[in-house]
Design a protein around this ligand. Structure first.
Ligand code: ZN
Ligand code: ZN
Length: 338
C-alpha cells in the first residue's frame, strides 16, 4: 500500500502505478470486475476504486471459507463504505491488515457486525478493536452479533487491559475500555443510523445458533449477506430486490476431492462426518443461483469459497450459478471493490 497514514491521499505516481497493475477500466472509470485475474486485487487497485467511487461501496476483504491459515485468500471479512462511514461485517483472520490496505481510515469505522461464532468469522474481532484503537478507531464504535458477543468483548478487553494502558499512558490516549455491544438472537432491524438500516435473519448452520444473515439498506444501495448457511428460502426473501447478494459458496465435488487429498496427507478429519457437516451447513453453487434468481438481485457475489484453492477457475465457480441466475455473477476476490 502507498501510505497507510493518509489513505485517500494517493500520490499521482502511486495512483498511476496502481492503475497500471489494475484490470481494464470501463468508461465509468471503475474496474471491469470480470477481468480481474487471480485470487486478489492489489491494495492500489482497491484504493483507486474507492477513491473514484460515487456512492456506497463494498470491499471483499477476505473471501475464503474455514479457519485455514496460509492461503492466498484471507478468511471471511468485508467492509462497506458509505458517505465516509465504514461498516465491517465479520472478522476472520486478516481483517485488520486487509482493512488497512483499503486505505479507509480506522477513524471511519462506525460498527462491526458478526454473523456467527465460527473462528473464520470472529477470530480477529478483538485484535481489530485493539490495533484499530491505536490507529484511531472511534471509542464509540459499536458491535453487533449473536450472544455471547458482549461477554467475549468484555473478556477480550480485560485480557488486553494492560496492553491498552501501556499505550494510553505512554501516548496520552484515551484507553479503549469498553465497546457498546448489541447482541442479536432474533430476526428484525438491528440498527439504523444516518447512512444505513441494518436487519438480520436467522439462518441454518448447525450446531451454531444463532447464525445470522444481514441486509444493509443504504440510501443508494442495498447489500445482503447470506452468512454461513445451508440453502435457505429465507435468504431469498431477505435479499428480495437487493442490489447485491454476497452468498457463501460451496463447490461440492471439489470439496470431496480436496478433503480426500487432505486426509491422505494426514489431516485429522474423517471423510464421512466432514462431508455430512458440509452438506448440512453450506450451500452448493446451483442452489445459490436459484436463491439469487428468486431474490431478483442485480448482482450475485460468490464468496466464502469452499474449497478456497486457486486451481478452480472463475468460470468453474460461476457456471453452476449461471444455470439458474440471469443477473451479474462476480467471483469474489480479496480486496475486490464491488
Ligand atoms: Zn465460515
Ligand atoms: Zn460457519
Amino acid at each position: 500500500m502507498n501510505d497507510p497514514a493518509s489513505p485517500f491521499g494517493l500520490s499521482r505516481r502511486g495512483l498511476l502505478a496502481g492503475l497500471a497493475a489494475a484490470p481494464a477500466l470501463a468508461a465509468s472509470g471503475e474496474p471491469v470486475l470480470a477481468q480481474a485475474a487471480g485470487p486478489r486485487w492489489t491494495p492500489q487497485q482497491a484504493q483507486a476504486a474507492l477513491k473514484d467511487a460515487k456512492g456506497t461501496k463494498l470491499v471483499l476483504l477476505g473471501t475464503a471459507a474455514g479457519p485455514v491459515p496460509g492461503r492466498t485468500r484471507e478468511m471471511t471479512s468485508h467492509v462497506m463504505l458509505s458517505n465516509g462511514a465504514a461498516y465491517v461485517l465479520d472478522c476472520g483472520m486478516g481483517v485488520t491488515n486487509q482493512y488497512a490496505r483499503t486505505g479507509i481510515p480506522f477513524s471511519a469505522l462506525k460498527s462491526i457486525f458478526i454473523t456467527h461464532h465460527h473462528a473464520d468469522h470472529n477470530i480477529e474481532y478483538g485484535p481489530l478493536l485493539i490495533v484499530g484503537w491505536i490507529q484511531g478507531l472511534p471509542l464509540g464504535v459499536r458491535a453487533f452479533g449473536p450472544p455471547p458477543l458482549r461477554q467475549m468483548t468484555d473478556d477480550f478487553l480485560r485480557a488486553y487491559r494492560q496492553t491498552v494502558e501501556f499505550w494510553a499512558e505512554d501516548l496520552k490516549m484515551t484507553p479503549l475500555t469498553s465497546v457498546g455491544v448489541q447482541e442479536i438472537s432474533a430476526p428484525g432491524v438491528v440498527m439504523q443510523d444516518d447512512n444505513v438500516k441494518v436487519s438480520a435473519i436467522l439462518v441454518e448452520h448447525p450446531p451454531v445458533k444463532p447464525a445470522l444473515a444481514y441486509r444493509f439498506d443504504f440510501k443508494d444501495r442495498s447489500i445482503a449477506f447470506s452468512g454461513d448457511t445451508a440453502p435457505l428460502e429465507a435468504v431469498a426473501v431477505m435479499a428480495k430486490g437487493a442490489d447485491v447478494l454476497v452468498h457463501e459458496t460451496m463447490y461440492l465435488e471439489a470439496v470431496e476431492t480436496y478433503i480426500k487429498d487432505q486426509i491422505a496427507k494426514g489431516r485429522p478429519v474423517k471423510f464421512e462426518p466432514f462431508m455430512a457437516h458440509m452438506k448440512a451447513d453450506h450451500t452448493p453453487i446451483e442452489d445459490i443461483g436459484r436463491i439469487a434468481q428468486k431474490a431478483g438481485v442485480k448482482t450475485l457475489v460468490l464468496s466464502h469459497l469452499t474449497p478456497a484453492i486457486d486451481s478452480i477457475s472463475d468460470d468453474t465457480w460461476r457456471a453452476p450459478a449461471a444455470k439458474h441466475f440471469k443477473g451479474e455473477i462476480i467471483v469474489g476476490k480479496d480486496l475486490m471493490v464491488v
